[in-house]
Ligand binder design. Structure first.
Ligand code: UD1
Ligand code: UDP
Length: 366
């Protein structure tokens, strides 16, 4: 095929979906290799259905294990699959272990490698994601930076300007395509009985937050106090990693926080666009809050999405309860008239247009 997508987790499925759709529009032949890093329906097949993606051509079924074991198994499987699909270009997106394996495998094969969402940096090497994104960027032939800021980070590391294209983030493409559908179709507000209530949405799944019992308890205490201060319910779709930690640590989720199953994309978009406030440690959710005009508090010490802070849409609170409460109050008082820094929703087409595909030259010649 012309392009092989290597993906494996919820955010990659969501953010590569617009590029897959663009392949249809531009008549680019493609295949999909799914590492199986995420396999629960609620993190995986739900998104293939809602985003109208075809079944993956390969499902490596790697599943959960330690970083080394998981990445190693994916590396073996991806290399075998790419030997069969023999693509001109391999595309990976983001910063997960699936991206690391896809990038390493492709970089040593006879295919060019493109990294979608290149150049994000938290400058915190204790995060597994930071290691993954730095390595993926340095072995890629095509760096699709979502913003000028991410391009600058890449240049600062000595990567050649010729490899970099500023495209916007494909999260905007996905959101623009689905926001209106979510408004029409999603019944999530009625289902959760919050139609006329003030409510917050929270997500928390980051390894450094939920695997550390004291930090996770602090985070929940902070959200509880913020909710009580503003008389709001909090809807918390619980990622399986966090669910597992809640059970292991014997944590009781405090009352104003309603723990629910992970939501489908349209339901999540509907909630996120209606909420008074979002509290999160997710990367994609910081971007979506900013694009949707919903104020955001990021319960981390740093962010690789500084654009959201610069435009005034987001604030870092760490996991300290007092700081979470103060940040929530500050963000609720702030207006929501910031500019979306992540592009115009045409990132996917820009990415495909800048690839050296024979198909594309055929298109142009016609
Ligand atoms: C991974 C990414 C993270 C990303 C997140 C998106 C890495 C290092 N981390 O974290 O950057 O933000 O995906 O959601 O790649 N589990 C299930 N079902 C699943 C998948 C996982 O129950 O389908 C549970 C298992 O208990 C597993 C745990 O979640 O041990 C963690 O899964 P893993 O894929 O290792 O990391 P995530 O926390 O999902
Ligand atoms: N999301 C979803 N349902 C949920 C929570 C999140 O569909 O219950 C979507 C959300 O819209 C965003 C993506 O999942 O696009 C973010 O994924 P996640 O937080 O797992 O990963 P990260 O972006 O932090 O890598």
């Amino acid at each position: 095929t012309d392009v092989t997508f290597v993906l494996g987790t919820r955010p990659e499925i969501i953010k590569l979906a617009p590029v897959v759709q663009a392949c249809h529009r531009l008549e680019v032949d493609y295949s999909i290799v799914h590492t199986g890093q995420h396999y629960s329906d609620s993190l995986d097949s739900v998104f293939f259905d809602q985003l109208e993606l075809p079944e993956p051509d390969y499902d490596l079924g790697v599943g959960s294990s330690s970083h080394g074991e998981q990445t190693g198994e994916m590396l073996i499987g991806v290399e075998r699959a790419l030997a069969e699909t023999a693509p001109e270009v391999v595309l990976v997106q983001g910063d997960t272990n699936s991206v690391l394996a896809g990038a390493l495998a492709a970089s040593k094969m006879d295919a060019e490698l493109g990294h979608v969402e290149a150049g994000l940096r938290s400058f915190d090497r204790s995060m597994p994601e930071e290691t993954n994104r730095v390595i993926a960027d340095h072995v890629s032939d095509h760096l699709f930076a979502p913003t000028e800021q991410s391009k600058k980070y890449l240049l600062d590391e000595g990567l050649s300007e010729r490899r970099i294209t500023v495209t916007g983030n494909t999260v905007v493409d996905a959101l623009f395509r689905n926001r209106e559908i979510a408004r029409r179709k999603s019944t999530v507000l009625a289902d959760l009985r919050i139609e006329n209530r003030d409510f917050f949405v929270m997500t928390a799944h980051r390894q450094e937050n939920v695997d550390d019992e004291a930090r996770f308890r602090d985070l929940l205490a902070g959200v509880e106090r913020a909710a009580e201060a503003h008389d709001a319910d909090v809807i918390y779709p619980v990622h399986p990693r966090a669910r597992d930690r809640i059970e292991t640590f014997g944590i009781e989720v405090p009352d104003p926080i309603r723990a629910v199953e992970p939501l489908e994309y349209l339901d999540f978009l509907r909630l996120a666009s209606t909420a008074e406030l979002i509290l999160t440690d997710s990367g994609g959710v910081q971007e979506e809050a900013c694009i949707l005009g919903t104020p955001c508090v990021t319960m981390r010490d740093n962010t690789e999405r500084p654009e959201t802070i610069d435009v005034g849409a987001n604030r870092l609170s760490s996991c300290d309860p007092g700081q979470i409460v103060a940040s929530a109050t500050e963000m609720l008082l702030r207006g929501d008239d910031w500019e979306n820094p992540f592009g115009d929703g045409d990132a996917a087409e820009r990415i495909l247009q800048s690839l050296p595909l024979e198909t594309k030259s055929r298109e142009v010649a016609r």
